[in-house]
Design a protein. Structure first.
Lengths: 242, 589
């Protein structure tokens, strides 16, 4: 199919929880243009009813992830040049999550699992104490820091084939957060957290397909974090069994 | 749709907004009074909307040996050009150390450390001590992610993707009954009756052609307060950041911040011909303060010495591309994702509206003039005066958010804080007001162009009420804002459905922005002097700080009433310092 170099052909999934399908729009190309800009152009110029979600527009809030040509992406930081194939884009809501409408997914299951995986710091000190003196160079802190810059965009969750097959699986982001807390010397909730991630929906489900690490926009590796959790869970089991 | 079709429910405490202020208020309220029901409503997703999350620089706090609350306070007062509410500024500086320890020890934030394990505090503009605690250049993400986790783990009711439409008083009009919302996902209207309401929607001056705040920000909080006749102060005080990314039309990247540190590290600003120009304007060159650099760039743009997209360039490559990549990896990656090479090339930049110093009048305990209504964060006026120091924004939202949670819990323990029934007529009128654009589609069911109106608003405010102001421009702005409002009211929506109808919300955003813009222009016209972020080309004199007064604006029926109130120098007088002579000299610079 020939394609005008100045125009993108963009297929956008339209629908809701009951179902839907793709609708094609022609969008003018711009030198500076992200996938979010393409979606915005359609809403502002062609289809005022198009539903999608964004907030910060610079890769900090993690609100705007969508499926772009088959892979989950943060759309505000994904330049069209990087993903368009022969002038075509196909945009859909994130998979593994319920659809609200069009490109907006319901992230409630994702955040419920964040909490269920023990992704909440359990304090051992108070505001009356000085901040803990922890060298950033300790291996434990380095392990925590390696995963801490997660923006909970759910790209990894949508990329994960295990979540697709085991819907109750806690998923890469929640387990990655749990691993950063396992390595937080200040945290007092370790036993509960290890129990939470060792259950039937926990880290043992991961088959190290690495889709999460390949697609994380911040270059984190939930796979490595989950491997760490498996080791920690194993040690806890041995201690418990001794 | 009438008030009878509303979904209604009750909460002892209702928090509107889920940035640093809203999340902290929820945690403090739960801790101070676990028996109370707490509801938090947010326009986007919990923890993802708002501007605290976007904080790059860090958090100002007097912790280090040699620093003091007094020193932080004096820097804040001097930076604010003696206009801050001194008791609020004091409260800010005094509470910041407690709040940072709370963030570290109870919430779970881990800020950057020195090699010996103590907190690292960096230098930041306008301060006499290295006191800015940070997490790399993504401090806000660490703070809001950790706060979000704590709130998610508590029995706090969450109303996500709920847009606040109106503060609804009781029949007497003397006290607040609750807040009307649109549930953006379902399109339903919901009234939450509450004994105490915290307004923490954040400011965010997105009515300017170039702006940094999150796209969900449209100053709904101040628009709602204005409509209820509440007093707003310092509404002319809009802070511009000198280096927003300029990426051309039709991209949401335009306006987003390229960090201050780039200039501090030795970055050059170049005009369209590649000539450095900052030394024509100030002997500090690119390292001059935000307001001076913003005005200098604006001046170059007015003279037409611009880049292809109408701004100037920032250039870092003379420092060595590898050095730039090492020191500013996040910025280099962000620019690369957008198609620009910050390390080795030039990137187009432009001044960009960043922060709103003005806001609702309140006391240091976050109480407002309306019983039942509290305010914190960027919706509250007073703490920053005419200018906010970098690093004082997140301190402000978290300090006063926490105070508000404590204050609401305390006030609800006493008598005089009952559930009040809303004025049903006003509730019905507010619903009708929100539905205004439906059913106004033109021929063939085509809606009007809300986005073209938004662009006109942003151009108008940029040219006539922005970095450089004159009486003529501001007068034009006042007149044209009225025209824009009238045109908006004639603009309908093509899509009759209310489910996740972004274009409806764009329409509502624009109405809030126009109404707050009217207050900005009126206050800027009334202040016939230059002070901090407010620069009047026709009245460049700064005036005597000892005679400083702040503007107060109220809506009275259909018109805006601007008055002036003298600053109460309750802690320190202009020319004096809590630190003795050395600092008095610095503060006068």
């Amino acid at each position: 199919m020939t394609q005008d170099a100045d125009t993108l052909t963009v297929e956008v999934w339209r629908g809701d929880a009951r179902g839907g399908g793709y609708v094609a729009y022609d969008v003018p190309r711009r030198e500076s243009q992200t996938v979010l800009d393409v979606v915005t152009w359609i809403q502002q110029n062609a289809e005022p009813a198009l539903a999608y979600r964004f907030a910060c527009r610079v890769g900090m809030c993690g609100s705007c992830a969508m499926t772009v040509n088959g892979a989950p992406r943060w759309t505000c930081r994904t330049h069209v040049r990087r993903v368009a194939k022969a002038g075509r884009l196909r945009i859909a809501p994130l998979r593994n999550l319920p659809v609200i409408r069009d490109l907006a997914a319901d992230l409630a299951p994702f955040f419920n699992k964040w909490t269920a995986a023990g992704g909440t710091f359990a304090p051992t000190a108070t505001r009356d104490d000085p901040p803990a003196e922890i060298s950033p160079e300790t291996p434990q802190r380095a392990a925590a820091d390696a995963g801490i810059e997660c923006i909970n965009c759910a790209v990894c969750y949508a990329a994960c084939d295990t979540v697709a097959m085991v819907p109750d699986y806690l998923g890469p982001a929640a387990l990655n957060r749990a691993w950063t807390l396992v390595n937080d010397a200040r945290d007092g909730g370790q036993a509960e957290r290890i129990a939470a991630v060792s259950g039937g929906n926990g880290c043992a489900n991961c088959h190290s397909h690495q889709s999460c690490a390949e697609l994380c926009p911040n270059g984190l590796s939930p796979t490595a974090a989950i491997a760490g959790l498996k080791r920690a869970a194993g040690r806890a089991w041995l201690r418990g069994g001794a | 749709m009438t008030a009878a079709d509303l979904e209604r429910h009750n909460a002892d405490i209702l928090i509107v907004g889920a940035g640093g202020a809203g999340l902290f208020a929820a945690l403090h309220a739960c801790r101070a009074a676990p028996e109370l029901s707490v509801t938090i409503a947010v326009k986007g997703l919990l923890g993802k909307s708002g501007c605290t999350r976007m904080v790059q620089g860090g958090y100002n706090v007097a912790l280090g040996p040699g620093d003091s609350v007094e020193r932080h306070f004096m820097d804040t007062i001097a930076g604010g050009k003696w206009l801050p509410h001194q008791d609020m500024a004091w409260r800010l500086c005094e509470t910041a150390p407690v709040r940072v320890r709370e963030l570290e020890n109870e919430i779970g934030c881990f800020f950057d450390r020195n090699p010996d394990g103590t907190l690292h505090q960096k230098a930041f503009a306008g301060q006499s001590f290295d006191r800015t605690v940070h997490k790399g250049d993504l401090t806000g993400i660490e703070i809001v992610n950790r706060l979000m986790e704590q709130v998610l783990a508590r029995p706090v009711e969450r109303l996500e993707e709920h847009r606040a439409l109106a503060l609804v008083p009781d029949r007497s009009g003397e006290a607040l009954a609750g807040v009307l919302f649109a549930d953006m996902r379902s399109g339903a209207f919901r009234f939450v009756r509450a004994r105490a309401v915290l307004l923490a929607t954040g400011g965010g001056p997105t009515m300017y052609r170039y702006h940094t705040p999150s796209g969900d920000k449209s100053m709904d909080g101040l628009a709602m307060a204005l409509r209820r006749g509440l007093p707003l102060r310092d509404m002319e005080m809009v802070q511009f950041h000198p280096t927003g990314l300029l990426a051309g039309p039709d991209t949401r990247m335009t306006g987003t911040v390229l960090e201050e540190g780039l200039r501090g590290a030795g970055g050059h600003l170049l005009d369209g011909d590649g000539r450095r120009f900052m030394f024509d304007h100030d002997e500090a060159g690119e390292r001059a303060t935000r307001d001076i650099v913003s005005r200098a760039i604006f001046e170059e743009m007015r003279k037409g010495r611009t880049t292809p997209n109408g701004g100037v360039y920032i250039s870092m490559s003379h420092l060595g591309p590898e050095t730039v990549r090492d020191r500013f990896g996040g910025m280099v990656r962000r620019c690369a994702d957008s198609g620009f090479d910050l390390a080795a090339g030039r990137v187009e930049v432009v001044p960009t509206a960043h922060y709103f110093m003005g806001g609702l009048v309140c006391d240091p305990e976050t109480r407002t003039d309306l019983p039942g209504l509290y305010v914190a964060g960027e919706d509250a006026g007073g703490a920053h005066g005419a200018n906010r120091l970098g690093g004082n924004g997140v301190a402000n939202s978290t300090v006063f958010g926490g105070i508000s949670g404590d204050t609401m819990a305390k006030d609800l323990a006493g008598p005089g804080a009952p559930f009040r029934n809303p004025d049903e007529d006003l509730l019905a009128a507010e619903i009708a007001r929100a539905l205004h654009p439906f059913g106004r589609a033109g021929s063939g069911g085509r809606g009007g162009d809300v986005h073209a109106l938004r662009r006109r608003l942003m151009d108008l405010m940029w040219h006539d009420a922005g970095v450089v102001r004159t009486a003529g421009g501001l007068g034009r702005a006042v007149a044209q804002l009225g025209d824009l409002k009238a045109e908006l009211l004639e603009t309908g929506l093509a899509d009759p459905g209310r489910v996740f109808n972004l274009t409806w919300h764009d329409w509502l955003n624009l109405r809030s922005l126009i109404e707050v813009s009217q207050a900005i222009a009126a206050a800027a016209l009334a202040r016939e002097s230059s002070c901090g972020a407010h620069y009047r080309e026709d009245c460049p004199d700064e005036g005597d700080p000892a005679a400083a007064s702040f503007t107060v604006i109220r809506r009275d029926g259909g018109s805006l009433d601007v008055s002036r109130a003298p600053v109460n120098f309750s802690i320190v007088q202009p020319g004096e310092s809590l630190l003795g002579e050395d600092h008095a000299t610095l503060a006068a610079v």
